[in-house]
Every structure is written in C-alpha cells, then in structure tokens.
Design a protein around this ligand. Structure first.
Ligand code: C2E
Ligand code: MG
Ligand code: MG
Ligand code: MG
Length: 288
C-alpha cells in the first residue's frame, strides 16, 4: 500500500517537473523572435533625489506583451533568456533603445535642466559573453547620448562570481564615463571589503529591506549601515521599492540619496514618460 502511494507520488512529482520543463521550453520558443515581432518594449520608472524631490533619471525595464498571456514580467523570462542565450541579442537591443529614448527626453526638457540618466539592467551572461564595453560604445555613438548619462545595473552576485574579469570590464566602462550601480544590494551580502575592490558608483538597496521600513528596526538599522558604509566610500545610495510617504521621509532623514518606487511612480512606456516630463516642465513654468 505504502509502496503504491510512493509510486503515485513519484508519478505526480515527475509530471509536475515535465510540465515545468514544457512550460520553460514554450517560453523559450516564444521568446526567440519576440523582439523582432515587436512584442517587447521598455518601460521607464522615474528616479528621484530625496533632498529636493527632483527627477534625476529613470530605470529601463523590459516588458513582453505576449499575444495571449498579456504583459509578462522579466522576472519570469529573463532567466530563460539568459540560459538559452537569447539575451545575447536581446541585451544589445535594450541598450540601443534605452540610449535612443534618453535622447528624446532631452528634447522634452528645458535646456538648462539637469540631464537625466537612464539606467539599464545587464545580466551576468552579458558580462561574460560578448564585448559589453564595445556594445555600449556603439549605442552611445549611434544615439549621441553622453556616457555620463548611462548607468549599468548589475546584481551583487554577478560581480562576486568571476571577480577579476568582471572588475576589469567594469573598469573599462567607467573609463568611458558610464556609471556602475549594484542592484538588489544587501541580498547577496557582499559587504564592505567587496565594495572597496569592485569599482561601483552606486548601490540600490533591495526593496525587501525597504518594504518594512520604518516598522522593522532590523531593516532600518541595516539600511542605515549600508548608507553610512557606501557614503564613506563615495558611493551613491538608491532605495528601491519605496511605496509609502513614510518610507521616503525616513530614508531621506537617514541620508539616502535617491529613491524609486510606486510612491514616486510606476514604470511607464516612453510616451507616458515623455508626458511626465512635459507635465514637470509645465509645473516649473507655472511657478517661475
Ligand atoms: P530590478 O532591476 O530590481 O527592477 C525593479 C523591479 O521592481 C521592477 O520589476 C519594478 O517594476 C519593480 N518595482 C518598482 N517599484 C516597485 C515598488 O514600489 N514596489 C514593488 N513591489 N515593486 C516595484 P520588473 O520590471 O518586473 O523587473 C524584474 C527584474 O527583471 C528587474 O529587477 C531586473 O533584474 C530584471 N530586468 C528588467 N529589465 C531587464 C533588462 O532589460 N535586462 C535584464 N538583464 N534584466 C532586466
Ligand atoms: Mg534594476
Ligand atoms: Mg533591484
Ligand atoms: Mg523585514
């Protein structure tokens, strides 16, 4: 009896795995060519400076408008894109469009307004395969965007593995003037010694730490420590996932530099972002 149940259990388990594999294979098939079919686009989430609430830039986030399933988040398909190698063609396209769009923002702003940065997520494979600095240089050249306005976001774990090679690559990008930000900071726990060795300009505190601020004293203590540590190394601190006014004011009081999150604005398409810029400009003109 028990043996039978075990067998059934195994069958059930193996069927669940089959389904997961099948689903992964299907995502991979549909993902291949999704960009060429025009199903993919970039959404932009605004990033604000906490001290004066000024808009300073935006993060580019990939969106997949699936013909049947609607919008699919990159958290579902980026891993497939990475493992299948689809990211090798997708990654450079994302960079190209982000640089091109950032030039369009300039036209929507006053001439004397601070130039906005665009921040692009880059996955581990993009650092290992292909020549990222060359791709970046080509995108800057083609769009006319200044390297200073481009940020590259990498996760801590990307940087920790294969440190020597990654450090050399990041150094090349920084020499061009591109800024390097460490994404989801705090989750990989790389700590102070690591930040000293790897050349980075900013850290983005993972939203899991921000979520319970100010209720959770541990999260607040950790965030405060990250800010102090980063500032001692001249590294900019960004808080991700700010959803409440209270979080924003506590983070500002603790000296956090920049913030993004639903409280400030959801990711929007390029037209939505241009509309936001026009609205900002109109508001400034109405005051001044
Ligand atoms: P990430 O870089 O950490 O991006 C932040 C994610 O948090 C985004 O999810 C964003 O929509 C979401 N978010 C922003 N504000 C809030 C908030 O206040 N509350 C909550 N709960 N969430 C918020 P999204 O767009 O689904 O992207 C997921 C991840 O996929 C990104 O995490 C990034 O690692 C990756 N990704 C996105 N676009 C690209 C890309 O073009 N290339 C690569 N390689 N990875 C990408
Ligand atoms: Mg990011
Ligand atoms: Mg993040
Ligand atoms: Mg917590």
């Amino acid at each position: 009896q028990a043996k039978l149940a075990g067998k059934n259990c195994y069958r059930f388990y193996s069927r669940a795995i089959d389904q997961a594999v099948e689903q992964r294979v299907q995502i991979e098939q549909e993902l291949r060519g999704a960009w060429a079919r025009g199903e993919m686009s970039l959404a932009y989430q605004p990033v604000f400076r906490l001290s004066d609430r000024a808009l300073v830039g935006a993060e580019a986030l990939l969106r997949w408008q699936h013909p049947e399933q609607g919008v699919i988040s990159p958290s579902v398909f980026i891993e497939v894109a990475e493992q299948s190698g689809i990211i090798d063609t997708l990654g450079p396209q994302v960079l190209r469009v982000a640089c091109r769009d950032a030039m369009r923002w300039r036209a929507a702003r006053d001439h004397d307004a601070e130039p906005l940065f665009v921040s692009v997520n880059v996955s581990p494979r993009q650092l290992r395969a292909g020549d990222l600095p060359a791709t970046v240089a080509a995108c800057l050249e083609e769009s006319g965007l200044s390297a200073r306005q481009l940020h590259v976001e990498l996760t801590e774990t990307t940087v920790i593995s294969d440190e020597a090679q990654v450090t050399a690559l990041l150094a090349r990008l920084r020499l061009m003037g591109v800024k390097i930000w460490l994404d989801d900071f705090g989750t990989g726990f790389s700590g102070l010694s690591h930040l000293r060795r790897v050349p980075v300009d900013g850290v983005k505190i993972d939203r899991s730490f921000v979520a319970d601020i100010p209720r959770d004293p541990d999260d607040l203590a950790l965030t405060t420590a990250i800010i102090a540590m980063a500032h001692s190394l001249n590294i900019v601190v960004v808080a991700e996932g700010v959803e409440k006014a209270e979080q924003s004011s506590v983070l500002r009081d603790r000296g956090c530099d920049l913030a993004q999150g639903y409280w400030y604005g959801h990711p929007v398409d390029i037209d939505g972002f241009l509309a936001l810029l026009h609205a900002q400009r109109a508001a400034v003109e109405a005051v001044g």
